[in-house]
Design a protein around this ligand. Structure first.
Ligand code: KG4
Ligand code: ZN
Length: 344
């Protein structure tokens, strides 16, 4: 069974064809990094305009790579899966309207999904034997969430971002240090030449809750940089140390809370998803801790950590086979969508 996935919730225009929820036949991602980089962040109006320019070509490429003709969508594609929310309203609209149009023309059912669902199913694409139950940590530009995935479509939300998400903190610290956008990959790279214990930034554990808060940590980096700048310019060695120390504070916080939640809820599998899961040091340290704690860890390859339509097609497959298919061409976007179970 083939599902066509469409993802446009933020600044990546992506379309993908996935077979039986696991096998990627194509996964085309058109990144808008160059459009937003001069502004050190995503500009919503530019994002929706750029999605509009790219979406048709991206879908055409995804179908071509999967060896499907447009005229054969009705027979070859079982369902179209698209992101309903959360995300930027204008960006979501482009993907949603395109999916609705294709669904209506080719009479193919439409499955609308929560973007976060895509992130915590992404690991299934790299690990064919992986199945729920598992504990999922989603760390992206807009989210830092801990969720128990009991089974496909049945979730228990433990906690999430109270203010800045992990990726947002990376992007803001990068902007502060004038490194560029997106900040995560740049800080990841510079951290390799820095000392992670050079500066004692705080670890925002928020004990007693499963929530996260990275805004205080970011403010602490801002205050540190201001203090140093009063004494002169910041050397490149110090920039590396700030990056490594900040990154380590984020990683320590994520590791502590995730493994504590796994223990508390008796989970022997942890899945990580979202752009920050592409961080090389985070991956290594989670792997080491998982080995020590005897917990199986699943992190998707970096391309499947950041936004992509294969993860939406994967989640769409499980939703499609578990529910009554419908044309659903009136599906609406939900920019502030919360995570809920498929069946109420
Ligand atoms: O999942 P994603 O592509 O989009 C959202 O749903 O937000 O995540 C993007 C975020 C950005 O904040 C970016 O800086 C961060 O993921 N990111 C990283 C790395 N690669 C991307 N953060 C840390 N280290 C990385 N290597
Ligand atoms: Zn995302």
């Amino acid at each position: 069974m083939l599902i066509l996935g469409i993802e446009t919730s933020c600044d990546e225009t992506s379309a993908s064809v996935v077979q039986n929820g696991r096998r990627i036949k194509s996964n085309i991602i058109s990144s808008q990094i160059a459009v937003h980089a001069p502004y050190f962040g995503v500009v919503p109006e530019l994002a929706s305009r750029t999605h509009l320019e790219s979406i048709n070509g991206v879908i055409e490429s995804a179908l071509r790579e999967a060896k499907i003709n447009f005229s054969d969508i009705s027979t070859d594609i079982s369902a179209i899966a698209c992101t309903k929310g959360p995300g930027l309203a204008g960006s979501l609209l482009v993907g949603q309207i395109t999916a609705r149009t294709l669904s209506s023309i080719y009479k193919v059912p439409l499955v609308a999904l929560n973007h976060i669902e895509g992130h915590f199913y992404a690991a299934l694409l790299d690990h064919p034997s992986l199945k729920p139950p598992y504990l999922a940590l989603i760390v992206s530009g807009g989210h830092t969430e801990l969720i128990i995935v009991h089974s496909f479509g049945s979730y228990h939300y433990l906690g999430g971002t109270r203010d800045d998400a992990a990726g947002e903190a990376f992007d803001k610290v990068s902007k502060l240090l004038k490194l560029g956008y997106p900040g995560g990959p740049l800080i990841d790279k510079l951290s390799k030449d820095g000392k992670k214990d050079a500066i004692a930034f705080p670890r925002p554990y928020l004990r007693g809750t499963w929530d996260f808060s990275f805004s205080g940590l970011k403010t602490s980096v801002v205050n540190y940089v201001k203090k140093v700048e009063q004494l002169g310019t910041i050397s490149s060695n110090l920039v590396n140390d700030i990056c490594a120390s900040f990154q380590q504070a984020v990683i320590d916080t994520l590791i502590e809370k995730t493994f504590l939640a796994a223990k508390k809820y008796n989970m022997n599998k942890i899945v990580i998803g979202g752009g920050v899961a592409a961080n090389s040091s985070l991956r290594k340290q989670f792997e080491n801790t998982a080995r020590m704690e005897k917990i199986r860890l699943y992190i998707p390859s970096p391309t499947l950590c950041t936004d992509n339509a294969a993860m939406i097609a994967c989640a769409g497959y499980y939703k499609f086979i578990s529910s009554v298919p419908s044309l659903n061409t009136n599906a609406k976007i939900e920019p502030s969508m919360e995570l809920s179970n498929w069946n109420g």
